[in-house]
Design a protein around this ligand. Structure first.
Ligand code: FNR
Length: 223
């Protein structure tokens, strides 16, 4: 439930499509305007800002992590949460998004750990690209992002927007705004009322040896 006295929170928002006229970019823009209306600070960026060559361990060893991934890392650590509107390609996530997730996962500290996120999608199909979001949850959850349980998928998105950029169906627009409202409350709680201790262990249950151990433990400072 939205509170009139929310503490400040900031949001990295983008559509994970490189296409001009992208439906997901339109949904991301709508999310940005709703978040701003509800008192959040918005950092609205484009997928092209994070463009990277295909992940290659030799490139990483030779010239390091590319600038697109560095920009993604910087935007993640500079904001309290992220909101991504992602297309569904072949019942999964776009390769361009998975590629930058793979690159950014190479940083230590790993910047997705503990980061709050909300996933949404838009597609001309009847399912609105929702299957793609389930696949996208896997790498984000693996990396310790705190993904919001609800997701928003706009079906028949090619004819769903009104000229003012809102969703033409008033009830759907209301659900969209309610989802964002509840997400903002969750982000506020994570930022301003944190647990005392967080930890991220990449492979839970694996026999702990120095060669394989990938553990990060940190104390969360009091707000
Ligand atoms: C698609 N599209 C698509 N849509 C869907 O709902 N389920 C799917 O599995 C796929 N698969 C798929 C594969 C590829 C290679 C392309 C190019 C497209 C259609 C897709 O949802 C549609 O083109 C969206 O408009 C893409 O998002 P943007 O660019 O409008 O944000």
């Amino acid at each position: 439930m939205a509170s009139a006295n929310r503490c400040s929170t900031s949001y990295l928002i983008f559509g994970a499509s490189l296409r001009e006229g992208s439906l997901n970019n339109r949904l991301a823009s709508l999310a940005a305007s709703v978040v701003e209306e509800k008192g959040g600070t918005v950092d609205r960026v484009q997928m092209s800002d994070f463009d990277c060559p295909s992940y290659n361990g030799d490139v990483e060893t030779g010239t390091g992590i590319p600038r697109g991934a560095d920009r993604f890392r910087f935007k993640l650590i500079s904001n309290d949460a992220f909101i991504i509107a992602s297309p569904e390609y072949n019942a999964s996530m776009p390769g361009v998004l998975k590629n930058v997730i793979d690159w950014v996962s190479r940083y230590r500290p790993q910047p997705l750990k503990g980061k709050a996120g909300l996933l949404m999608s838009a597609s001309p199909s009847m399912a609105g690209g929702n299957r793609g979001l389930w696949s996208l949850r896997v790498p984000f959850e693996h990396l310790g992002a705190r993904l919001y349980p609800d997701m928003f998928s706009l079906a028949q998105a090619h004819e769903a927007f009104a000229p003012d950029g809102k969703i033409a169906d008033a009830k759907l627009q209301h659900w969209f705004e309610s989802t964002l409202d509840c997400f903002i409350d969750a982000v506020e709680a994570v930022k301003h009322y944190p647990m005392m201790k967080t930890q991220w262990i990449e492979f839970l249950g694996e026999h702990p040896t120095p060669a394989t151990e990938r553990v990060e433990t940190s104390l969360v400072p009091k707000a």
